[in-house]
Structures are given as structure tokens and as C-alpha cells.
Design a protein around this ligand. Structure first.
Ligand code: DGY
Length: 320
């Protein structure tokens, strides 16, 4: 029996490509760029499935134009706001994501951002690199101590909980808002807030781990920042669109927000250029899950979903 034909939309890690090559009639684009619009539709002609990623946008419009032969798209990502799930489901196109395997790597990155932002790592590093370090000083580059402070976590799913575990080790007090309250064993010593406003009011530090939905778009904005205690630190490893950049930039400029650590940006990679001028903004290029182990695991998880579908089974991570 011929192998199913699948497209890998990007040059995923070598081990993932090898496995895909072993098990499928695999198509790989010549160049590692994210196709979108008509280019994406053209790439997907003549294949039964595809391993896609968050920079391939599957709007209802695009989905309507996809060939009937394409039966499943398996995303190399936990987030899936790049796919219109309802449109895919009505067309009979199966969509899967790759949750769980990136919890630790993403929470590690959130912790990195929290510490880097609160300890002014960007300014400190620049000082050394620019030759502006002229010796130890008792008052140079004083940051914010996380010990004993309240960390507000928006979205207490698997990544949010992994972040909570890390920050308990820093001596922080964990507060969270989630669509539903966690069971007692998952909640542990964390304090639940039934509304995001209630969480903003106590968040000395805020770390964003929720999905991007119409309800969470620009959830961090001028109004919600104004609810926060004085001089908070804000961390985002989820999706850039959850933060209103204009509001956060104004708050960083005025000092209302003392520092921010950001791995994701609205419209990335074209982030708001004002962030580049703000020494209190510690910026990373969407590397939350970027470790060898994790990226391999994400690819294998996506391939597991394709394998299940082509074996006539229900893929474990089917969405919708
Ligand atoms: C994810 O898995 O959602 C990461 O942000 C990469 O897209």
C-alpha cells in the first residue's frame, strides 16, 4: 500500500524530518519560510496531511480553498489560534496541536523573563558590552526582589502550573485566574481569583499563560494595568495579542510598570519598535519552547497525531 503523502511546511528538527521521511511520502519545501495565503494553498495541493506551525495562518477563507484530498493538519504548537477550528471542522478537516511536551521549556522561559526583567538584565548586559562598567557600586542597577511577592498567573493550565512551581521555589505567593477553579490537589497553596480584574489587583508580578481568544485579546491594557499594585513586572510567553502594546509601552515609559519580559509580540516578528528603545523591556524572539528535546518532542507528538489518523484511529490531540 502506498504511504500517505504529507507536507512539512517548515524545516522542523532533523529527527522529526527523519521520522516523517521513514513513515510517509514526505514533501519538504526548498526554503524554510512560512507560506501563507495562496502560497500555502499551493503547497498543500496533492497531499493527504500536513505538519504545520503557528506561523501558517488557516483562516476560514483559506480553509475553504484547501483541496479535498487534505484530511488532517497537525500543528507543531500548543497554541492553535492560527487555525479557524470551526471552519476546519465544518469542512471535515481534522486539526491537532502538540500540548504537554513544551510545558517545562515554556515555563523555564517565563522564569528567565521574570528574573531578567526584575533584575534589569538588559541594562546590565549592555553596560558590560558597551564598556560602561567602571566597577562595583552599592546602588548600581538595583532591581526588584521576587521573594515574598505575589505572582499573578493568568491561565493556570499545564504551563501556568509549571511556572507556579518554579516561582514557589523563589518564595513567591501564587495567585491565579482561570476559566474554572483548579481541583484542590492542582491548586495547592495558590489563591484563586474568579475574575481577571481581581487578579490584576494583587499581581506584583504578572505572568501570562492563557490562550489567545476574543476574550483575552488585549486583556492587559491601560485599564487593567491601572488596577495593578505599584510598579509591577509583566511577563508574556503566551501570545503577543494578549497585551495592548501601546498601553504597556506607555506604562513602561512612565514607570507605572517597572519592567516587562516578553517572548511574544503582536504582529511578530514586526514588534512595536518602541520596545527596542526601552531598557526596562527584556525581549526574546519567541523561543519559549526552543530546546532540542522539546522541539523534537513537539514534532514527534504532531507525527503521533498524523500516525493515528492514517491508522484509522482518533488522533489524541484532536481539536474541536
Ligand atoms: C506554541 O507551541 O504555541 C509556541 O508558541 C510555538 O508556536
Amino acid at each position: 500500500m502506498p504511504k500517505p503523502k504529507i507536507l512539512l511546511t517548515r524545516h522542523y528538527p532533523e529527527a522529526v524530518i527523519e521520522r516523517a521521511h521513514r513513515d510517509y511520502d514526505m514533501v519538504l519545501p526548498d526554503r524554510d519560510v512560512s507560506a501563507n495565503g495562496d502560497d500555502l494553498i499551493a503547497q498543500l495541493q496533492g497531499v493527504d496531511g500536513a505538519l504545520i506551525c503557528a506561523s501558517n495562518k488557516f483562516s476560514a477563507d483559506i480553509i475553504a480553498k484547501l483541496p479535498e484530498q487534505l484530511k488532517i493538519i497537525a500543528s507543531f504548537s500548543v497554541g492553535y489560534e492560527h487555525v479557524d477550528i470551526d471552519a476546519a471542522n465544518s469542512k471535515g478537516l481534522i486539526v491537532t496541536n502538540s500540548p504537554d511536551v513544551l510545558n517545562d521549556a515554556t515555563a523555564d522561559t517565563a522564569l528567565l523573563l521574570l528574573l531578567a526583567a526584575s533584575r534589569r538584565a538588559r541594562e546590565a548586559s549592555e553596560m558590560v558590552i558597551q564598556g560602561q562598567w567602571h566597577g562595583w557600586s552599592p546602588t548600581k542597577l538595583l532591581g526588584v526582589q521576587p521573594t515574598g511577592k505575589r505572582l499573578g498567573i493568568i491561565g493556570m493550565g499545564r504551563i501556568g502550573r509549571a511556572m507556579a512551581d518554579r516561582c514557589r521555589a523563589l518564595g513567591m505567593k501564587i495567585h491565579y485566574h482561570n476559566r474554572s477553579r483548579l481541583s484542590a490537589d492542582l491548586e495547592g497553596d495558590a489563591t484563586y481569583h474568579a475574575t481577571s480584574d481581581a487578579l490584576f489587583k494583587v499581581a506584583d508580578f504578572l505572568s501570562i499563560h492563557c490562550e489567545m481568544t476574543p476574550q483575552t485579546t488585549k486583556l492587559v491594557n491601560a485599564r487593567t494595568i491601572a488596577l495593578m499594585p505599584p510598579s509591577p513586572v509583566i511577563v508574556n510567553t503566551a501570545r503577543g495579542g494578549i497585551v495592548d502594546d501601546t498601553a504597556l509601552i506607555a506604562a513602561l515609559k512612565s514607570g507605572r510598570v517597572v519592567a516587562a519580559g516578553l517572548d511574544v509580540f503582536d504582529g511578530e516578528p514586526n514588534l512595536n519598535p518602541e520596545y527596542l528603545t526601552l531598557p526596562t523591556a527584556f525581549l526574546l524572539p519567541h523561543i519559549g519552547s526552543a530546546t532540542v528535546d522539546t522541539r523534537n518532542a513537539m514534532g514527534f507528538r504532531a507525527l503521533d497525531n498524523l500516525d493515528a489518523y492514517f491508522a484509522g484511529e482518533q488522533p489524541g490531540d484532536r481539536l474541536g
